[in-house]
Design a protein. Structure first.
Length: 300
């Protein structure tokens, strides 16, 4: 029921639904070897941002979208945890937020489907303390597909237009829409009860692609692009023509993006965790900030 409720809130195709069910089932059944440890299921919702070749470099000045997620959490001990998570959201960017590129007039949106396996370290034992900072890192895979709206307001997917000559210009290859990411970040976690926790989290995703926004290197010659991919590709590779007193299409080889840096995206928000083990032992909370010691716990 949880899966179907989530899909109703964040519509995705049938293939992705099957992936979510398979992933969640794997995490659920694989926890049987941790029968002496606590197991939580988690739900999250929050904001998503992007950093790349479109828009301001500051997150506060860029576009903000929404993200939601669910997952499973297994305790290795009271301060070390393993998280398996699925997230579905959206990122977007536009040149109109940056005076340096506003004349280029590009914009994009992309839905993000992410699966991640994370290691989490909680600074203070939440069975003894009411709240604690925590940190996490891991590895993830995500699917994306940048799109924009043309002048008529219709959605056009950009990868298939090869706006920088992918597949036919020099050694540029079509970019993959399934990529790896390295998630890391942290936040503050509250123990509402021995089997319920609330967390405020900020997470960073370092990706291995520079085409999250469909912008990376240089312009390809307009005539060549029109010959290979048509006039639509030319009109969306450089959209200054939609503005008054627009500059002409740049010469082939002119700078369009920065290939030296990959794109990033960010998820932040609240997550709620609830234990699937209702008979957890009650703990008395002890908060002693002056005497709290940070030490490296044993694994088991």
């Amino acid at each position: 029921m949880i899966i179907f409720l989530y899909c109703a809130l964040f519509p995705i195709d049938l293939i992705q639904v099957k992936k979510i069910i398979s992933f969640y089932s794997f995490i659920l059944f694989s926890t049987s070897c941790f029968c002496q440890q606590h197991f939580y299921t988690s739900f999250s919702a929050g904001l998503s941002n992007y950093k790349g070749d479109l828009g301001k470099t500051s997150l506060l000045q860029g576009k903000t979208d929404m993200v939601g997620g669910m997952g499973a959490v297994v305790e290795l001990n009271n301060r070390m945890l393993i998280r398996g998570e699925f997230a579905y959201g959206k990122v977007s960017g536009t040149d109109k937020y940056d005076a340096k590129t506003i004349s280029r007039n590009l914009s994009f949106t992309s839905k993000i489907t992410e699966f991640a396996l994370l290691f989490e370290y909680v600074l203070f034992d939440l069975y003894e303390y009411k709240f604690s900072p925590y940190f996490f890192t891991g590895i993830g895979t995500f699917k994306f597909s940048p799109y924009t709206k043309n002048k008529a307001g219709n959605i056009v997917f950009l990868a298939e237009l090869c706006t920088e000559g992918q597949g036919f210009y020099k050694d540029r290859k079509d970019y993959k829409l399934n990529c790896l990411a390295i998630p890391f970040g942290g936040g503050m976690q509250w123990a509402l009860s021995p089997n319920k926790r609330l967390a405020l989290e900020f997470g960073i995703r370092k990706t291995n692609t520079d085409y999250l926004d469909d912008v990376s290197t240089t312009y390809v010659d307009a005539a060549l692009l029109a010959q290979k991919k048509g006039s639509t590709a030319v009109s969306l590779a450089y959209r200054a023509g939609e503005l008054p007193n627009a500059a002409p299409y740049p010469a082939g080889g002119s700078i369009r993006g920065n290939p030296k840096t990959k794109d990033w995206y960010f998820f932040s928000g609240l997550s709620f965790r609830i234990s699937l083990q209702p008979n957890l032992k009650e703990h008395v909370y002890i908060y002693k900030p002056k005497t709290a010691k940070i030490s490296c716990p044993t694994m088991f």
